[in-house]
Design a protein. Structure first.
Length: 226
């Protein structure tokens, strides 16, 4: 029986895709207004800026930093990033946090696992402050014993570094721990590389082969591990 569960955050505990869609719409509308360009022009510049930042900061938490995206967007458009970049950054995250929706069954599952004495931890790429705030907005801070972000680990999944840091924090051995996440490369492979038992959340059963796939947080198969 497993004694701990490491959990990915985005698109595993809540619907990141939907929240990002709402936030991006707010960002484009605000950006067009603040920088006095059309929404299409802003969108094109933003996507270009994002690609440049992600390439420059590849495999680092800073590759996800939307402050860098908005700063470069303004610069690409020949505008001063002060204070526009901060205004755009705040518009994105205000809309994002305001539209976050936790997945059905998460609270009940975390509650049941804690009753069974299972230690819970979050392993997530991204900047620490943003990820901490997401967990607070979801109102699930009380369930977790530990967290590591790629900013803290200075490495992104599927690197074994974030997982090893968490194992040290939890004082657990690999065979005692399962890892659940929605991504195959970042989560399933991260678990396998580290010797943990992977659980693929809403995964592809044909691709999964020897990996447990669960369709929701109410899936009884997951609880059989603990």
């Amino acid at each position: 029986m497993k004694k701990a569960l490491i959990i990915d955050l985005d698109n595993t505990l809540y619907d990141y895709t939907s929240a990002d869609r709402v936030a991006f719409k707010s960002l484009v509308e605000t950006g067009a207004r603040e920088l006095n360009v059309s929404e299409d022009t802003f969108n094109e510049a933003y996507l270009k800026a994002r690609d440049i930042v992600q390439e420059r900061h590849k495999r680092r938490a800073s590759s996800h930093n939307r402050m860098l995206y908005t700063q470069m967007t303004a610069e690409i458009l020949g505008k001063s990033p002060l204070p526009a970049a901060l205004t755009l950054y705040e518009a994105y995250w205000k809309a994002f946090f305001g539209s976050m929706q936790i997945f059905d069954g998460v609270v009940e599952a975390l509650t049941e696992l804690k009753k069974r004495g299972v230690k819970l931890a979050v392993c997530t790429d991204m900047l620490a402050r943003v990820q901490f705030q997401k967990i607070r907005v979801l109102n699930i801070c009380e369930y977790f014993d530990a967290i590591v972000t790629s900013e803290e680990a200075r490495a992104e999944k599927p690197s074994a570094v974030p997982v090893q840091i968490l194992l040290d924090k939890l004082e657990m051995r690999t065979r005692e721990v399962a890892f659940i996440g929605d991504g195959y490369e970042r989560d399933v492979l991260a678990a396998k590389y580290s010797g943990l038992t992977p659980i693929w959340f809403k995964g592809d059963r044909e691709k999964a082969k020897d990996t447990l796939v669960v369709d929701s947080w109410r899936d009884a198969k997951m609880f059989e591990l603990f």
